[in-house]
Design a protein around this ligand. Structure first.
Ligand SMILES: NC(=O)c1ccc[n+]([C@@H]2O[C@H](COP(=O)([O-])OP(=O)(O)OC[C@H]3O[C@@H](n4cnc5c(N)ncnc54)[C@H](O)[C@@H]3O)[C@@H](O)[C@H]2O)c1
Length: 337
């Protein structure tokens, strides 16, 4: 029997690389990737086919669909928040028009194969937009339907695509023709991620992993946000496991198409303190950037992930202590040794 095919867009990025290693370790899948360039050597052996190209290229996506009977799409390709604010029009093109192209390809594939293609979309806490720090502190943990008024282009793009994905889920029923489209769209609003393997570029939450990698590589770090800037974070392996768990759960168990997931919530100063204890020579100072400061002030302090816990049993394997002591410090230290 042929193995189920998993298509990963944006596979060369931080989450993509980690996802590919986890899928390869599980076994039983044929993995196809699409990114702007071919995969680096570290992941090339894990994939059975890869395409170098742009998700804006509908012809390329049709080619991928013609050559592979895709069962599940992990649509990771995107321009992240800080990069998106520098070029909002490009962010809209990649994050909205590009996502629509991938959704359309997956929908056509569902109709052609006569079975639901699962479409897993990493959304973000950037979809939230708190109007002030006072309101942010008063709200505390935020539920999925609260404060969906993002202030960044990236947040607007993610929120809109969540709705478009939900539309694709509803479409068959609305049209009274269940075979017309059977795309199965599922999304997780990820918090800021901290990876031991890669130093992120282009995200507003980069200061978390940035401090840790800088300390381990004996590089001074200038933090672009205020010491009291606080948002939810998560170790990348937990985020990858959540995406895979959500992809594998029966549709009947899902009561919504968009889920919060949480692990720990920290301020920049709390991360810095911990980093200085583990790496006493670490040099961290603060030079808050006004744009990043405003963006972080609009993102929630923490998320309420009760729905994910109830519907598909979400629970972080890495709370902060474990993430820092067992995942980050040993792996980051080994990376720069
Ligand atoms: N890292 C985080 O903290 C975080 C948090 C919330 C959500 N997310 C989401 O998770 C997904 C993956 O994030 P990541 O951290 O791995 O990002 P990343 O920037 O490390 O990787 C994104 C990948 O997408 C590719 N890409 C960008 N534009 C493309 C295009 N037009 N066509 C094809 N490929 C393109 C890039 O080359 C890159 O390899 C994104 O959708 C992001 O919005 C990430």
């Amino acid at each position: 029997m042929p193995k189920p095919v998993v298509l990963v867009t944006g596979a060369n990025g931080e989450i993509g690389k980690s996802l590919l290693h986890t899928v390869a370790a599980q076994g039983g899948f044929e993995v196809v990737t699409l990114d702007l360039s071919l995969p680096p050597d570290t992941i090339r052996s894990l994939v059975s086919a890869s395409y170098a190209g742009n998700i804006m290229d509908r012809y390329l996506l049709d080619q991928v669909a013609a050559h592979h009977e895709v069962d599940t799409v992990f649509h990771l390709a995107a321009l992240l928040s800080a990069r998106g604010e520098r070029d909002p029009e490009l962010a809209h093109q990649v994050n909205v028009e590009g996502t629509l192209n991938v959704l359309r390809m997956a929908q056509n594939q569902s109709a052609r194969l006569g079975r639901s293609v699962r479409f897993i979309f990493p959304s973000s806490i950037a979809v939230y937009g708190l109007p002030s720090l006072e309101e942010k502190r008063a709200v505390g943990r935020i539920r999925e339907e609260q404060w969906n008024v993002p202030i960044t282009m990236y947040g607007c793009n993610k929120l809109y695509c969540e709705h478009v994905g939900r539309y694709f889920n509803l479409y068959a029923h609305q049209m009274g023709n269940p075979s017309a489209s059977r795309l199965d769209f599922r999304s997780i609003r990820l918090p800021g991620l901290i990876s031991a393997d890669s130093v992120p570029i282009g995200g507003t939450s980069d200061f978390g992993p940035g401090m840790i990698h800088a300390a381990a590589s004996a590089t001074p770090y200038s933090c672009s946000v205020r010491p009291d800037a606080r948002i939810p974070f998560m170790a990348t392996p937990d985020a990858v496991r959540a995406l895979l768990d959500l992809a594998s759960v029966d549709r009947e168990r899902l009561t919504t198409s968009v889920y919060n997931i949480g692990a720990f919530s920290l301020s920049a100063a709390q991360i810095a303190d911990r980093v200085k204890k583990a790496f006493p020579a670490a040099r961290i100072d603060y030079e808050p950037d006004p744009v990043r400061t405003a963006i972080l002030a609009s993102w929630p302090e923490d998320v309420d992930d009760a729905r994910a816990r109830k519907d598909w049993g979400w629970e972080a394997a890495y709370p902060w202590d474990r993430a820092f002591d067992e995942y980050l410090v040993p792996n980051v230290t080994a990376k720069y040794r």
